[in-house]
Each structure stands twice: as structure tokens, then as C-alpha cells.
Design a protein around this ligand. Structure first.
Ligand SMILES: Cc1cc2nc3c(=O)[nH]c(=O)nc-3n(C[C@H](O)[C@H](O)[C@H](O)COP(=O)(O)OP(=O)(O)OC[C@H]3O[C@@H](n4cnc5c(N)ncnc54)[C@H](O)[C@@H]3O)c2cc1C
Ligand code: FES
Length: 260
């Protein structure tokens, strides 16, 4: 069940050029959120922009009742958010959507692949996986070294973290999916989760096809209501039907999504 609540900003910092991390006092949402779910955030105090903006739950601390968002200032709404400081209040709706399914059993080797701001939902997921004693590879990609997000945070959680940058300024030079391709070729991974731009996710889907390795991906769509009513966020699935990213996703089994 989701909640509508006013949350107070405790801290806001720019962690990479144009990317911000916002710590919120939001005990109800923090208590209910699961990895891969998102919050529908009102970005301004007036009716403009009218629509809320979806942002993934990046982290929660249930003991302290805090919830963290990690976002790129992409346009008007997120720029307004970036201008807020500690003490300001924002309206949150959520947690919404279906998140990542967590594997049962023990000893699985899991790969998380993140492109750009796609790291946002994967940090919370990593925390859950590590707490269940899974061995996790984290593959983080960005355009340049200074755009890489959360590398130290991932390492601190004990994952094996590798980097890829478009310009080669950190780690592998090339797309983060190259790292995933090598890992899959080594036979060292049993399960993959990914979040990033559509071309990256399409490549992840291609790499997993025929390997027998299951995967889940988190999709982005422009959203209106965020709760399954307006149909502005649909994506096509294998059956030929359309699914609502806000309510049936945003996380889908990788083989289910049709790339148009
Ligand atoms: C389930 C979900 C979770 C998300 N989680 C995060 C997150 O954790 N961190 C983060 O930085 N972003 C996340 N996004 C993307 C974020 O919602 C958009 O960047 C944001 O809505 C842009 O709003 P704006 O008013 O700042 O920009 P606008 O002025 O509305 O748009 C600026 C640019 O961003 C593009 N854009 C707008 N909305 C989306 C969207 N939903 N998907 C892709 N491109 C979009 C526009 O086409 C335009 O080019 C998520 C999106 C979804 C659907
Ligand atoms: S945003 Fe309205 S149905 Fe998904």
C-alpha cells in the first residue's frame, strides 16, 4: 500500500555534476519501500509543474525513518528539487510499483549493471542482496570518471565493483555492457539486474538471450498518475499486450519486454 505524505528534507548534496542526493525524513515510506519501487514526487509548491516526477527509492534507513533519492537534474521538475535545502518539505506519493524480485536460496552469484543515473534503485537492491549473503558483482557505467555514481558506496557494502566509462577515464573504456558480457562469458553469474538508458537495457536483453541466466530490468517512461489509471506509461510485452510501467513495473523480467 502506498502513502501520500509530506516529507522534510534533512540533507541535499550534489554528488556528481548535475546529480543530487536528497535525504528525507519519511518514516512511513521508508518502512514500506522495497528495492525497485519509486516515489512520485511533487517538485514545486505551485501547480507548475502539475505532474509529479517518478524517482526510485535509492536507500532507506527504517530505524531512523529516512529515505534517500538520487536524481539527475534533467529538466524543470528535478531542477526545482535541486534548489531545495534542508528544512524544506516535499509531497511524496509512494512507494509505488513492483520492484525487483529477490532470489530465494543461497550461494547465487548476482550481477547488478547500472548505466548513469540507473544506479539509483540498485544501491537499495545491493543492500538487500548483501544482507542475504549473496555474492554480488556491481558494474557501473558513465560517460566520464566524474559522472560515475556511488562507486565507493557499492564497495563499502562488500560487492566486487567494476567501472566502465565512455572516454576511458576510469575502468574499462566502452559501455558497461562489455563488463557484463565478459562476466557472462566466464560463467560466473547466475542472475542479472539492470537499470539504465534504453539502449543499454536492450543490449542486456540481447546478452542474456539464450544463456539461461535470468534477468530483471527497471524501465523508465514518462508518467502521469503513477498508479495505473492514465495509461501514459505503457510498454509492449511479448504476448503483444501492453503493461503499465508504473503499476505492473517498473521492474520486468528481461525477456518479457519488446524493444520497439
Ligand atoms: C520508475 C522511474 C524511476 C525513476 N527514477 C529516477 C531516479 O531515481 N533518478 C533520476 O534521476 N531519474 C529517475 N527517473 C527519471 C525521472 O523521472 C525524470 O528524469 C524526471 O521525471 C524528469 O523530470 P523533469 O521535470 O526534471 O524533466 P522534464 O522537463 O520533464 O524532462 C527533461 C528531459 O528528461 C526526459 N524525461 C522526462 N521524464 C522522463 C522519464 N520518466 N524517463 C525518461 N526520460 C524522461 C524528457 O524527455 C526530457 O528530455 C525515473 C523514471 C521512472 C519512470
Ligand atoms: S502513469 Fe498513469 S498508468 Fe502509469
Amino acid at each position: 500500500m502506498s502513502v501520500l505524505a509530506e516529507a522534510r528534507i534533512l540533507k541535499q548534496e550534489e554528488v556528481a555534476p548535475g546529480c543530487h542526493r536528497m535525504l528525507l525524513q519519511a518514516p512511513e515510506a521508508a518502512g514500506r519501500a522495497a528495492p525497485g519501487q519509486f516515489m512520485h514526487v511533487r517538485c514545486g509548491s505551485s501547480a507548475d509543474p502539475l505532474l509529479r516526477r517518478p524517482l526510485s527509492v535509492h536507500d532507506v534507513d527504517r530505524g531512523k525513518g529516512t529515505l534517500t533519492l538520487l536524481y539527475r537534474a534533467a529538466g524543470r521538475g528535478t531542477a526545482l528539487l535541486a534548489g531545495l535545502g534542508p528544512g524544506a518539505g516535499i509531497s511524496l506519493m509512494g512507494p509505488l510499483g513492483r520492484g525487483f524480485s529477490l532470489p530465494a536460496g543461497a550461494g547465487l552469484r548476482v550481477a547488478l549493471a547500472a548505466g548513469g543515473i540507473g544506479v539509483a534503485p540498485l544501491y537499495f537492491l545491493l543492500k538487500e542482496l548483501v544482507s542475504r549473503d549473496f555474492f554480488v558483482y556491481v558494474l557501473v557505467g558513465a560517460q566520464t570518471a566524474e559522472d560515475l555514481l556511488c562507486g565507493d558506496d557499492f564497495k563499502l557494502l562488500g560487492s566486487r565493483t567494476s567501472f566502465a566509462t565512455d572516454d576511458g577515464s576510469c575502468g574499462h573504456k566502452g559501455p558497461v555492457t562489455d563488463l557484463l558480457e565478459s562476466l557472462l562469458a566466464s560463467g560466473g553469474v547466475d542472475l542479472v539486474y539492470a537499470c539504465g538508458p534504453p539502449p543499454m537495457l536492450k543490449r542486456v536483453a540481447g546478452l542474456l538471450t539464450g544463456t539461461g541466466v535470468p534477468g530483471e530490468i527497471s524501465l523508465e517512461r514518462h508518467m502521469g498518475c503513477g498508479v495505473g489509471a492514465c495509461l501514459s506509461c505503457v510498454c509492449k510485452v511479448r504476448s503483444g499486450a501492453y503493461r503499465r510501467v508504473c503499476a505492473d513495473g517498473p521492474v520486468f523480467p528481461v525477456e518479457e519486454v519488446v524493444w520497439e
